[in-house]
Every structure is written in structure tokens, then in C-alpha cells.
Design a protein around this ligand. Sequence first.
Ligand code: ADP
Length: 484
Amino acid sequence: MPDQINVLFLAAEADPFVKIGGLGDVAGSLPHALRAIGDVDIRLCLPFHGAIQRQAYDLYRVATFNIPHTTGNIRAEALRTEINGLPVYLIAGPPIPADAPVYSSDNLTDGHKFTFFSLAALELARQIDWKPDIIHANDWHTAPAIYALHSTRDSFFLNAALLLGLHNLPYLGVGAGPALAGFGLQPARGSALPVWAQDMPLPLGLLGADHIVAASPSYAREILLPEHGSGLHEFLATRALSISGILNGIDIQKWNPESDQDIKSNFSTEPLHIRQENKKTLQDEFALESDPNHLLLVMISRLDPQKGVDLVPEAMHQISSLPWQLIILGTGAPSLENAVRNLEAEYPARVRAAIRFDSVLSHRMYAGADALLIPSRYEPCGLTQMIAMRYGCVPIARATGGLKDTIRDLDRSKKGSGFLFQQATATGLAAALRRAIQAYPDKIKWGALQMEGMKQDFSWIRFARQYIKLYKKMINGKTKHDLV
Ligand code: ADP
């Protein structure tokens, strides 16, 4: 075991360079948390997307080299910078044009870009003569790095263990196969993968990885089932001993009700009643009756079928006689945006639709609402429930993936922190809402729920320690299912 673990961390996006979704949060936070714990020389490698503000970083070139392609060599350039002590490499080259979005709607184009990036990131390590002990790739975009080393391993990478982080299984990289082949990564014919998946980047990464780490322990188990396996459950079952789950953390400095500059009244558990001022402010802002007895519900979410948004209107109809108010903040599928607007039209006195992305408003909502709705069909990890709990906003969520791992149901645990329901149906959601509305008038009971959530530790440091344990086990050659 080396004294220091060298980790090459590959991602398509990372905050603050460029952030599109949850992966950007993870790649922007986890490497810092790992460095803070010590004994890990982790280096982040990103494509030099046009959206990255060149002038915001002190960049210098560390290497230029060729990546072989069937059409001829493609020149790559690697630039280095540092952010709070973390070395970051940005890879530039013709497949990563400055005017292209981070993700396009065409997986073939993206496959070309990200395969080039993945192979260039490996070549960079060789060029600077820095031997990684762990290659930590994430999702389909950087899975080609895993498959490339699985297919051909030269002496430089001989001891590198291959870890694939899985943040959203359904994004397999369908259609990117020819792009991989262009870089010499041939389909895994005759492998344990189903035939239809043998040229797709994510399945190839899942095949080649020494270990697969899903975004929560429950999601790690759920992907082995037909319902959540995206057609790969039988293959994944063959890899079950090499799959585990580690939750994502949240940035506890940014999400801190005691110091949050975006909310009216800062608060903590002592005394929690100050929080009521934020509820009143939120009700006033949305011209809702400021009756403290109404359970003020919010939803802060991408409006996507994954998030179960379509269950909400019917569930609200089922409990229309009860005292609740609802504000939904989100953007996404036009049909779901319309469904949310229609709900507002149906209940003009108590539903509000904020169809936009508004980070500052989200802070006021977490700080002022009584409860957060998260009726997800599947949820690899989920961050909103953790943020909500930190702000004393009680989650009402479907018992799936990371939601199940972070929320304890009031009726099933003395240390309940929220309400969980099993079936992804409007009736299931309505039943959980009814329980919450019944519990709400009992201020002692509700206060205990809030306190339980607020005292949870969802900091990155906690989960980074689990990653270090995993890295060490991988380096020792042990990657058993139950190791974290
Ligand atoms: P996912 O990554 O699947 O979208 P997560 O729960 O992991 O879901 O993370 C969602 C993040 O995006 C949270 O920080 C949430 O507050 C934020 N968010 C989602 N929709 C909006 C919105 N419309 N406005 C502001 N923030 C939003």
C-alpha cells in the first residue's frame, strides 16, 4: 500500500468550472473533501468546455500529445490550474470545440468528445509521469477510460485500480458506439454484457471496472432489479460483489441556516421558532394566506418523469379537503410545466407555480416551508432531502435510492426525520401527505421531526472517508460488495 494514494478523477463537469447537474456538484466537492482528509493526491481532469471561463483561472500548458484515431492522430493539449490546492487539468482539442455545449442532444458527437477526453486524460498522466493508483471515472462520459485500460493495460497503468462512479444508470450513452470504435475501443463481443449493450460506453465501463460505486447503498441494490436496472440487471447481478454505494454529501457551508445570507431570519435548533418568520415571509411573497396552521409544502425539482411530478396533481386532489398550501419551483418537460400551471389554476388560493431555475428562491423555500415533496420514481442519491433536513423542512418522499438511505419514517422509527411512501402512485403520495398533515398540529412531535433532520451529518467529509476506505480496499485487491 503506497503512503499516499494517487487518484485521477475524471468527470464531464465540475463546479465551479462548469456545472450542469448533480455530477457537477459531486466532482466539484468530493476531490476537495478527499484532499482535506489527507493521504490522497487526487487530481481532477475535465474537458476544456467553451463554457469554462478561461480568464478566471491561472492556466499553464503541461503537455501536448496525440490521441490516435482511425482518421489520423488528434492533437490534445493539457492545461493545469489549481483551485484551493486541488490540481485540475483541462483537456483541449478539436473534439471539444469552444462553441459546443457541455452535453448536446447527439450521443455520437458527445461520444467522440468524451472518448477523446477520456483517452487524453490517461495519456496526460503518462506524459507528466504521475502514476495513478486509482482511476476514478464517472458516468458514461468517462467510462471509456475504464474500458480502455480494461482492454489493454500497459506497464504504466499496471497497478491502477479502476473505479466507476454511477450517478444515473439510465444514461448509457446509447449511439456512441461508433465514436468509441473510432478511437480503437471495439465492442465487447462475447462478453457478459447483453448484445445490445456491447458497444455502449456506460455498460463497457461497468464491464471493465474493478469496482462500481453507486450514489447510495440502496441504489446499488436497486440497479440489480428489473425495475431499475435499465436492461442490465442480469449483467449487474454477475458483478454484484463489486458494487457498493456511497452517498453524496452537501456543502454544509453554503447550506447553513445559521449564516445563509439569502434568507430573512437565520435560525438553528435553539430556538427553532424563529424559523416561523421565514414561513410567513414565504407566504407573503407568494400571496398565500399567512395561516400558521396550513402545512406549507414545497417542491424544488427538475420537472422530469424521474421526479414523480406527474403524481402531484392527483395526490393534491385526493387531499383537497385538508389544510395545505403548495409552492412548486422547477423547470423541465413542457407537459409537466403545464401540469404544474394547471394545478395552480385549479387551486388559486393555495398553489403557486414558479416555473424557473432560481437558486436564491430555493434557499427561502427550504428555510420557510414546513415540508418538501420528493415523489421520485428512482433517486440515485438526491440532494434536496438533505438540504431540506438541514433547514428543518421535513421531507415527504418515495422510499427509493438515496431518499430511503437518508430519511427515517416517523411511524417506523423513534428517530423519524420525515415521511416515506412505497408505491410510486398518487394514492401512495396522498397517504404520506395525510400523515404529515395529521402530525403537523402536534408541535412537539413536529419539532422532534425537524430536530432529527437538522442534527444529521450530511457533510462531504463523512462520505469522503468512505471513499478512502474503498480506495484502500481496491488497492489491496479486495472489492467486496459489503466493504463500505
Ligand atoms: P437532480 O441532480 O436529480 O436534479 P438532486 O436532488 O440531486 O436532483 O439535486 C437538485 C439540486 O438542484 C438541488 O440543489 C436543488 O435545490 C436544485 N434545484 C432543482 N431545481 C431547481 C430550481 N428550479 N431552482 C433552483 N434550484 C433547483
